[in-house]
Design a protein around this ligand. Structure first.
Ligand SMILES: NC(=O)c1ccc[n+]([C@@H]2O[C@H](COP(=O)([O-])OP(=O)(O)OC[C@H]3O[C@@H](n4cnc5c(N)ncnc54)[C@H](OP(=O)(O)O)[C@@H]3O)[C@@H](O)[C@H]2O)c1
Length: 257
């Protein structure tokens, strides 16, 4: 393995936090397997390709992969694709996800299971398939993008199915962190607060609710995707080698209210 080459798999990289993370870490020696669904009908594929082109322009080697994480096996196949293309896999950012704006009384059992499939299930598939590659890496890193909704209910109508799935993902991340710690692999979560959506992002809130969310946030603004990407990049870095099993809230102080 070339010492300077690092291979990173990022899910949900067509917009928002995933795209910002790709932009943030792209550079010479960085190999990126960028995944997205490409929009419900493929309408986001051009946007996704533009993100990949930006990363290439910054010096990274990039392959994109389109897949619906609702299909079992899709996430595991991404790991295999990364290894086939780049011969190794060092870092995973499990970012793809969504928020379901339905409360109990409206959520169905299928809704709950779908949230678990996309969020917890995909994260499980990624780490399960990547285990031998992460432990073989000299810089194994896993970052899962969680959410403030796990333990914050700042507005009355929140996202219980999303909270349940993200909470389960955090628990899985912490247990996996202990499992692989002796191999030098770190596993951490970043929990964004309310974060600006790109126009192509999937928003669960109305425009007025986003305004209210900014006002509820102590620093009086929404996070930018780049704010979240900066925290993800820290956990991916060599400097973060002694930090594992943590959940870092990047929320402008929301968790203090
Ligand atoms: N924005 C916030 O306020 C906020 C707050 C807390 C946590 N988060 C978390 O941050 C992460 C990124 O969100 P974002 O704000 O950057 O949203 P975004 O711009 O809508 O990006 C979501 C990404 O996930 C992908 N995705 C969604 N469902 C998928 C599925 N079934 N299969 C495959 N890919 C799927 C999307 O793919 P396509 O669009 O290409 O289909 C897209 O690339 C999510 O996990 C979200 O829960 C966001």
């Amino acid at each position: 393995m070339s010492k300077s080459k690092r291979v990173t798999l990022i899910t949900g990289a067509s917009s928002g936090i995933g795209a910002a993370t790709a932009r943030r870490i792209a550079g010479p020696g960085e190999c990126l397997l960028l995944h997205a669904r490409g929009g419900v009908d493929g309408n986001k594929i051009p946007l996704f390709e533009a993100v990949a082109d930006e990363a290439r322009a910054a010096g990274a080697e990039v392959q994109i992969s389109i897949g619906d994480l609702g299909e079992p096996g899709t996430a595991a196949a991404l790991v295999n694709e990364a290894v086939e293309k780049f011969d190794q896999l060092d870092r995973i950012v499990s970012n793809a996800g969504f928020a379901l704006n339905k409360v109990v009384g409206e959520i169905t059992r299928d809704d709950l299971e779908y949230s678990h499939t996309i969020i917890t299930g995909a994260f499980f598939e990624l780490i399960d398939a990547a285990l031998p590659h992460l432990t073989a890496s000299k810089c194994g890193r896993v970052v899962a993008v969680s959410s403030f909704v796990v333990d914050q209910v700042p507005i009355k109508r929140m996202f219980p199915a999303t909270a349940a799935a993200k909470g389960a993902m955090e628990a899985l991340a912490k247990t996996f962190a202990v499992q692989v710690a002796a191999e030098g692999v770190t596993v951490n979560c970043v929990a964004p607060g309310f974060t600006e959506k790109e126009s192509a992002g999937h928003s669960a809130l109305s425009q007025s609710s986003w305004q209210a969310a900014a006002e509820l946030t102590p620093n009086q603004r929404l996070a930018k995707p780049a704010d979240i990407a900066a925290a993800i990049a820290f956990f991916l870095s060599d400097e973060a080698a002694h930090v594992t099993g943590q959940v870092l809230r990047v929320d402008g102080g929301l968790s203090l209210t």
